[in-house]
Design a protein around this ligand. Sequence first.
Ligand SMILES: Cc1cc2nc3c(=O)[nH]c(=O)nc-3n(C[C@H](O)[C@H](O)[C@H](O)COP(=O)(O)OP(=O)(O)OC[C@H]3O[C@@H](n4cnc5c(N)ncnc54)[C@H](O)[C@@H]3O)c2cc1C
Length: 493
Amino acid sequence: MAGDQSCDVIVIGGGSAAFDAAVSAKKSGADRIIMLEKAPEAEYGGNARYSGTGFRFVHSGAEEMRELVPGLDEDYYRSLNIAPYTREDFLADLERMTQGRMDQTLAETLVDESNAAIHWMKEVGIKWEFLKEHAMVDGKRYFERGIAVHVAGGGLGQLSQWREVAEGLGIEIRFNSPVSAIHGNMHRIEGVHVCSEDGEYDLSGKAVIACAGGFQASPEMRARYLSGNADFVKVRGSKHDTGEVLRYLVELGAMTGGQWQSGHMSPIDAQAPDFETAQHADGRGNTQSRYDYPYGITVNALGQRFFDEGEAQHSYTYAKTGRAVLAQPGSVAWQIYDETGNKMRRYPHHKATVEEANSISELAGKIGLAPEVLSHTVEEFNAACMAEPAFDPTRPDGKRTEGLTIPKSNWATPIVDPPFKAYPVTCGITFTFGGLKVNSRAQVLNTLHEPMKGLYASGDIIGLFYYNYPSFTGQTRNAVFGRLAGRSAVEDN
Ligand SMILES: Cc1cc2nc3c(=O)[nH]c(=O)nc-3n(C[C@H](O)[C@H](O)[C@H](O)COP(=O)(O)OP(=O)(O)OC[C@H]3O[C@@H](n4cnc5c(N)ncnc54)[C@H](O)[C@@H]3O)c2cc1C
């Protein structure tokens, strides 16, 4: 690689945060930008490759969404029921989900920059479409609060659009280029060492933007930092997100943020592969996510319920529900629905491992649970379901149980209507919450709480979240902090 020893901006990673940052740096005036992607070309893109690419951002409702999806059919537009999502709504969601622990300044940066970042993506050439996952009632499409659109084509669609934009701007992408060391110290970062199959070399840059993802694909780091049994979880996304860049930077003196013992962990098909769970044929999202639990009950291997399946709409609970499953005996559970609940499932297009029976005790036998215990759990649950108010899938309906140790707070409907179905689930990890501490200009701070000159970060490698996470905030965080990182990298250097 002689002659290739320096550039203006080095971006570590080849996922969406990396593309956001690289394109932002270019648009801010950087001349030579090199993206270093550890993965081979056929596997580039990190978690973004598997992402549903939904974005949560402050918006004013259906009319604004129409701007993002030009050429929308008029009948489709009239069917949209999308309430505005305000700054206060988004901040309150982050506050509630992270139990008040998220850095308030960074929460405000994320929220206040979210709308502009999404419109910026559209301006640079990224296309949008509406989410398929919504409730359809009386011809109206009801989307969960704050979420309605995703990037057209899902994970692979987003990556190929970003790649076209980046290469069109002259940004160089080097595949098979793992960064194996960072040059500099806790005060200033000057470049990186790349260990490719064809040889090793140093690359210096006026700025380095770290977008190398979380550490979820490293069993060793999961076991070291996360809660019990975490070395057994299934990794929903890329096998390349093994956390070494995060480790190098922490060892150099970078400050950390976010909850290191936690991550985004959701229920996933118990038969899913250990890494990179399968995608839809159209490249969108993940076929093995199991997010319909609000319409049934979930029991563990002892035949007992263990969490409130109806606490809130799934987008506010799914990222912590996998962790609840992980803590159960054998780290498995079964989502149980009757025919009515099964019809409410919004992910029926997902392939699934499932058992079916005409009675609960027969179903118990098929999934290896004690028939009398599962029947008792279901009967006790059914008897506790309040008759009023009416079931309403478009919002938290207040139709709850009464008198159970573990309540179901919404959508509590007796499980009586055969056939009954049981979907085995385990914990799938999406990304880790612990990472680098950044400021609202995406500069990485050191353990003196001062910016490390020349170093910026975005994406899962930054530590922001605690306990839980409102769906679709990861991609928004990438766009917001990636855009800031690219801009700051040019302004400062
Ligand atoms: C199945 C699934 C569905 C999801 N759906 C959504 C959704 O709908 N909405 C949403 O907001 N979020 C979603 N997410 C989360 C979101 O995709 C991630 O938060 C986001 O992709 C993280 O972006 P990133 O660029 O930080 O990391 P990644 O996309 O993981 O990219 C990290 C990159 O760094 C590279 N890398 C790692 N180590 C090195 C090294 N040593 N040297 C060089 N490169 C390195 C990796 O190869 C990779 O290219 C989903 C995730 C998954 C797995």
